[in-house]
Design a protein. Structure first.
Length: 349
């Protein structure tokens, strides 16, 4: 599996999970609210903060429709709704500065070629591609040409579509990771399909993560157990606030617990390479079993299986060597209950 370097931080197997707090449009179009969310992300233990950069009228066609979770009586059209959540370039620049001041990694999702250019001007270290744009060839090509790492969500995409996009990015020599995602807000627990993380990793062979739209606090940790090396989750100041994403986001208390469980999952996951740990040595010593004489055995006895039993501790000839011991002769007499040693054995003549 390939690794990524984002802002000097390596992402991949054996590395700490990159936890991204997605602000999205939960700032309600207000700079002060966005700054509040940035500070919440820092306090909750996030590693990165992700913004969305878009121009509603550039993005939306006149025939565009609301997604089910976006519907409300407040706005006449999706364009009108999104316009409410736009931040100016100056406001976005201030946000990025504050994210960096708090030693967090600033990331952003572009929705048009012009938005990619804004990301370049902001000197961001990576680009997040939203699920609907996994098949947006012009946007992907423009993003790839920046030579920045790309984090591409795979929600509502077939595996064939994921393979096609991966082939484009690989053909452009673009460094990228895939984020498993379910494009439903919020995502029911039974639809999370976290096993797809491993499937993506094995099929495409790149660093894989999870963009989480569930409301459970354990899903991030479970995703890490499935091999996710990047976790993204929406952060809000109030899950009951009015807006399209608040209900599928975590508030500060939930996000803090979410991060804690991810870090615990990392600890439980450990490092690859099965071996005997130092903390296991005592139990290994006292609880494994050794070969012991089952009766008095004169010197020169040709050992048979019935001549031996196995007993703790594991300080003599291991029980695992019984097949190799059968057919050897004793070099000295053994009393019943005496532990066999290698010095007491020789090959039969």
């Amino acid at each position: 599996m390939t690794t990524l370097n984002i802002a000097g931080r390596w992402i991949g197997t054996g590395q700490p999970t990159l936890i991204i707090a997605e602000i999205g449009v939960n700032h309600d179009g207000r700079l002060d609210r966005a700054l509040e969310l940035v500070h919440l992300a820092s306090a909750c233990g996030a590693d990165a903060v992700k913004l969305q950069i878009f121009c509603a009228r550039r993005l939306m066609h006149g025939s565009s429709e609301f997604a089910e979770y976006q519907k409300s009586r407040e706005h006449a059209s999706p364009t009108e709704m999104l316009e409410k959540y736009e931040l100016s370039d100056a406001e976005t620049k201030l946000l990025v500065q504050e994210i960096r001041r708090l030693n967090l990694i600033p990331l952003a999702t572009p929705f048009s070629v012009e938005d990619v250019q804004t990301i370049q001007k902001l000197d961001l270290p990576a680009i997040k591609i939203a699920s609907p744009d996994l098949v947006n060839w012009p946007l992907l090509k423009c993003a790839a040409e920046t030579e920045l790492p790309l984090l591409a969500s795979t929600g509502a995409a077939s595996m064939d579509e994921v393979k096609t996009t991966a082939s484009w990015l690989q053909g452009w020599n673009a460094p990228f990771a895939l984020l498993h995602c379910i494009s439903s807000y919020p995502t029911p627990s039974e639809a999370a399909n976290l096993c797809w993380i491993e499937e993506l990793m094995k099929t495409i062979g790149v660093c894989t993560g999870f963009s989480d739209h569930t409301t459970e606090t354990i899903t991030g940790a479970t995703a890490v157990s499935w091999g996710a090396c990047i976790i993204e989750r929406h952060l809000t100041y109030d899950r009951n606030a009015t807006g399209p994403d608040h209900a599928s986001s975590s508030d500060a208390k939930e996000f803090s617990e979410y991060v804690r469980l991810i870090r615990l999952a990392e600890t439980l996951r450990g490092l690859p390479g099965k071996r005997v740990l130092e903390i296991e040595q005592n139990v290994r010593h006292v609880s494994r079993q050794s070969l012991v004489a089952n009766r008095d055995l004169p010197a020169g006895t040709l050992l048979q299986e019935t001549d031996l039993i196995v007993q703790r501790p594991g300080t003599g000839v291991p029980a695992s060597e019984l097949p190799a011991v059968i057919g050897k002769r004793t070099t000295a007499p053994l009393r019943r209950g005496e532990m066999l040693t290698r010095q007491l054995l020789r090959h039969a003549a």
